[in-house]
Design a protein around this ligand. Structure first.
Ligand SMILES: Nc1ncnc2c1ncn2[C@@H]1O[C@H](COP(=O)(O)OP(=O)(O)OP(=O)(O)O)[C@@H](O)[C@H]1O
Ligand SMILES: [Mg+2]
Length: 243
């Protein structure tokens, strides 16, 4: 079967720094893969290249068999990939429903402004990620970190995404909020969503992934089951900072 996402020999240089170093990976449709590595390993840079926010120096990215690595970000979103951000990036002057609405029309802000509101679909998405009804008209400044992370996920759902890239989805959350996001991801997995999940919280990541890829200095250092990767000597030494 055609994989959902296939990255081949991806390289990204920022001047002299090689942030992605000959990285290849495959995610099968409806699989969930963890992407781990120490700070600065290049995880977010991989996401930015998948979305076209950074253009790769070389290599290719295929989504369901289509080469997307030269497409614009809205084209990639239309093909079925979307991401969340490590630091949530909502529009601060829009409420929860309005923020979700922007996700529905990534390529046409003007149409969004001039078309009638579609509150039912936005509300449906907001409630599906666990927002309380009373919070739907709140602005991001009034939300907890847990709700901001839910909003990030709601905005990707609104694009109709098939492959969801989650960047540090558990960072800054309470234990209760981590449990809520875990339940949400599990239910989306059951519904057939494909995931690539970056998380420093390995305990939270474990139940959510079929396999894990570890990178360091932009290069893949291990791949396999969660426990195999955790026990890998190169992974252990990269986290400890030892040679
Ligand atoms: N726009 C940029 N310009 C120059 N260097 C960059 C840029 N973005 C990232 N880098 C560098 O690329 C490397 C990888 O950064 P990246 O943010 O992808 O790491 P990360 O694995 O997501 O780290 P963290 O766990 O801290 O989020 C780092 O050395 C970083 O300083
Ligand atoms: Mg990062």
């Amino acid at each position: 079967m055609t994989p959902a996402l296939k990255i081949s020999n991806l390289v990204k240089k920022f001047g002299g720094l090689v942030a992605t170093n000959d990285l290849s990976l495959v995610i099968e449709d409806q699989q969930s893969v963890g992407l781990i590595g120490p700070n600065g390993a290049g995880k977010t840079t991989v996401f930015a290249q998948i979305m076209g926010e950074h253009r790769q120096t070389s290599g290719s990215i295929e989504l369901y068999g289509h080469e997307i690595s030269n497409d614009t970000t809205p084209e990639r979103i239309r093909r079925g990939v979307s991401r969340t951000y490590q630091v949530p990036r909502p529009f601060t002057d829009m409420n929860v429903l309005e923020n979700i609405r922007v996700g529905m029309m990534p390529n046409n802000i003007w149409k969004m402004i001039t078309s009638p509101p579609r509150h039912s679909r936005e509300t449906e998405i907001a409630l599906s990620v666990g927002f309380a009804k009373a919070d739907l008209t709140k602005t991001p400044g009034e939300l907890s970190m847990g709700d901001l992370r839910k909003l990030e996920m709601a905005r990707t759902i609104a694009t109709g995404t098939k492959v969801m890239l989650l960047d540090e989805v558990f960072a800054g959350l309470t234990v209760a909020e981590i449990a809520q996001i875990t339940t949400l991801i599990q239910s989306m997995r059951k519904d057939g969503m494909t995931f690539l999940i970056v998380s420093h919280d390995l305990k939270a990541l474990e139940p959510l992934v079929d396999s894990v890829i570890a990178i360091n200095y932009g290069r893949k250092i291990a791949e396999g089951s969660f426990s195999d990767v955790m026990n890998d000597s190169a992974v252990r030494s990269s986290y400890l900072g030892a040679a």
